[in-house]
Write a protein that binds this ligand. Structure first.
Ligand code: SF4
Ligand code: SF4
Length: 698
């Protein structure tokens, strides 16, 4: 994939194929559910798992002698070790081994590292046949496609599709039924396993202390491929090497839980050396090829080096809202999905990473990643580089200027509100700025939050001191919301100030304007500095504002101020949680039943909506969390943009959530995010309110 236009037309084509999107979505939804269930069932402490695994990967990356030690040990075990700088060196080596062994067939286990260097095609060009032995990988190979997903290469294929492919390509004559397909494929593969002279695998982990390679598979093919042929060739990325065995269990568990919701992958094989079989020592060889292919360069890059910590579990794909609709053939180059964006940009070049436009900056990939890799910020960097190369899209420029536009609209309200609703101006906005006219836009208030609170008594400060951070919505659109929050804080004994903060700057991150985002972060941190040093907390009704303070600001403006701001920032309901019992809460509406609650993406990793739902329940509502496990599709301003990569994709993502809301029987919905409420309301017709608007506080 190269151009933006091509990307748009490919998204359009996928959106028109309801069968494809349904298969893709169901597959990802099942994976999300498996992970969720496994975490619950096995009592996994996700936070701890992330911390420990990250520590292992970071310490491995910092150890400059690790690869050398691993290679030395592998050689000591009798392996032939090659440190390959490029894919071509790998291909040359494998070809040489195959010619010497007089082998024209190579059997393989699924490996993204070999995909990265186009292993199969390169060797096939040289007259060697590569046969994939992982079922999903074999299916995509037979279908002449690339894997659509890191872990589930054929996630987009139904049982019927698979039966059709194996019958057409292998003449198996099987029914479209799981068992029949498996039996048929097994019968096809068995003689190949037994006759092949060369087996190629990747390596999930390399262990330097013993020169061992860990191979994880669920189908047992990894064991056959690595042991039945006389020659076993491992192609492993240099970033997969760790120092010692005690670092392995955490990574294996983290991989299995995140990839497929298993406590452990079915077959975890440790290959250290090839001892002669039954006294035969002839021809039993092990080759370990350690691939660089741009990794050393990536390791030196402060923005992209985190990508090297990836353990290829695929969890970021399972949770990514837009990937879950369009799949990895559109949302990917060779490496698909969220982590595929920085990986592609670094290994294959920025021009191949145009699919970064499909990232809506929901942040969920970081939240789910077992290594806590900051994928969204790496993607923001890719977007910045793409913008520098090709220029900014007009719609992205428009929405990245949201604060200026909000200020103008507020100053000119109510005229601006009238203008934003006329057919002609919406038509012009769509044509000129790419703002989809089907999307309703929020109204602007002439009075800003500060004006609304003028003359009101501050809290006595007995409970503490707070900086209230309204961001755009609670300042320019609905200052009553911000005022309600400030009044509650004051009634609880907090002294509340509203210094002259800018917006959070999230759209700058979303649209690759990192320099502008950094300037906003630096400005806000400068304003916050004296307050933070005096012990103030920062509180916001907008989860995105807190998300920015706790995450992106630390990357955009690293230092003491951003660390302090991250540690002292809270969403409104999280902050008042301990004092909630002191409030007399009553409902403002008779909902006649449940309130459906939606958790905004940026709040998932912060509070998961726990305190906001408790607030509603305390007021007497019966709250039911309605969710698909991913984004509602709106994603800030993404769903306001016109066309396939905007409104159309946004509504396609939201469709399943809309269905769940309609089926929930809720007549009222609640969410803390202003943009999510627009999306849910437009997709369902259900009235959606901020929790503060549903409760009278006495
Ligand atoms: S931030 Fe969200 S949309 Fe972007 S890649 Fe990650 S999961 Fe996908
Ligand atoms: S980036 Fe994280 S979640 Fe995505 S595949 Fe790698 S380890 Fe898994």
């Amino acid at each position: 994939m190269t151009g933006r236009k091509e990307l748009v037309s490919r998204v359009k084509a996928v959106l028109a194929d309801a069968g494809f999107t349904e298969k893709m979505w169901s597959s990802m939804a099942r994976a999300r559910e498996s992970r969720r269930r496994a975490i619950e069932q096995y009592g996994i402490d996700v936070h701890r798992m992330k911390l420990e695994n990250r520590e292992v990967k970071l310490s491995s990356a910092a150890d400059r002698k690790l690869v050398e030690r691993f290679a030395e040990e592998a050689r000591r075990n009798g392996a032939v070790v090659l440190l390959a700088r490029t894919g071509a060196e790998v291909i040359d080596h494998v070809e040489k081994v195959a010619r010497r062994a007089n082998a024209d067939v190579i059997i393989k286990v699924k490996s993204l590292t070999t995909e990265e260097i186009d292993f199969n095609h390169e060797l096939e060009r040289r007259g060697l046949r590569c046969i994939e032995t992982d079922l999903g990988e074999l299916i995509v190979q037979l279908a002449h496609e690339r894997p659509i997903h890191l872990v589930a290469p054929a996630a987009h294929k139904s049982v019927q599709d698979i039966a059709e492919i194996v019958n057409r390509e292998l003449d198996l004559g099987v029914q479209a039924e799981h068992g029949a397909i498996l039996r048929g494929v097994r019968e096809y593969l068995r003689p190949i396993f037994l006759s092949a002279r060369i087996g190629v695998t990747g390596g999930n982990i390399g262990i330097a202390e013993t020169g061992t390679v860990i191979i994880e598979t669920n189908e047992g093919n990894g064991r056959l491929v690595s042991s039945a042929p006389d020659i076993h060739i491992v192609v492993i990325g240099k970033e997969k090497i760790v120092a010692s065995w005690d670092q392995v269990p955490g990574l294996v568990t983290g991989h299995a839980i995140s990839a497929s919701g298993q406590r452990a992958t079915v077959y975890v094989s440790a290959m250290t050396q090839r001892l002669p079989l039954a006294g035969r020592s002839d021809g039993r060889e092990m080759h370990v090829i350690i691939l660089d292919n741009g990794r050393s360069m990536m390791a030196e890059d402060p923005w992209y080096s985190d990508a090297l910590n990836c353990i290829r579990c695929g969890a970021c794909m399972n949770v990514c809202p837009t990937y879950g609709i369009v799949g990895g053939h559109v949302f990917g180059y060779i490496y698909p999905g969220p982590i595929g964006i920085p990986w592609t940009a670094e290994v294959h070049g920025i021009e191949r990473a145009t699919f970064s436009h499909l990232c809506v900056s929901c942040g969920l990939c970081k939240e789910v990643c077992p290594i806590d890799i900051d994928i969204p910020m790496m993607i923001a960097k890719v977007k910045q580089e793409e913008v520098q190369m090709k220029g900014q899209l007009r719609a992205n420029w428009f929405f990245a200027s949201s604060e200026t536009l909000a200020r103008i609209a507020s100053l000119s309200a109510p005229v601006s509100n009238w203008l934003l609703r006329t057919t002609i101006s919406r038509y012009v906005m769509e044509k000129v700025f790419g703002v989809d006219r089907r999307r309703s836009l929020p109204s602007f208030s002439r009075k800003r939050l500060r004006n609304l609170l003028t003359g009101e008594r501050d809290g006595d400060g007995s409970a503490g001191r707070v900086v209230f951070f309204p961001d755009i919505y609670a300042d320019y659109n609905d200052p009553e919301l911000g005022a309600a929050a400030v009044r509650i804080l004051r009634s609880l004994g907090y002294s509340v100030v509203l210094p002259n903060l800018k917006w959070s700057g999230m759209p700058y991150v979303s649209y690759g304007e990192l320099k502008k985002a950094a300037r906003v972060a630096e400005y806000n941190l400068r304003v916050l500095r004296p307050f933070l040093r005096e012990g103030y907390h920062v509180v916001s009704t907008e989860p995105t504002a807190v998300y920015m303070l706790k995450g992106p600001y630390r990357k955009l403006a690293p230092g003491e101020d951003s660390e302090l701001a991250a540690a002292r920032s809270f969403t409104f309901f999280e902050f008042i949680e301990k004092s909630m019992d002191r409030l007399k809460l009553t409902p403002t509406l008779d909902t006649g039943g449940k309130v459906g609650f939606h958790i905004p993406c940026h709040d998932r990793g912060l509070t998961g909506g726990r305190q906001a739902t408790r607030f509603l329940e305390k007021a007497g509502y019966s709250v039911s969390v309605v969710e698909t496990g991913t984004c509602c599709g709106m994603a800030g301003t993404f769903g306001m943009k016109s066309g396939p990569i905007g409104y159309d994709l946004s509504m396609a993502v939201g469709e399943r959530l809309f269905r769940l809301f309609r089926e929930s029987g809720c007549t009222i919905a609640a969410t803390e995010s202003s943009v999510c409420s627009t999306q849910i309301n437009e997709g369902t017709g259900i009235r959606v309110l901020h929790p503060l608007k549903l409760v009278n506080v006495g």
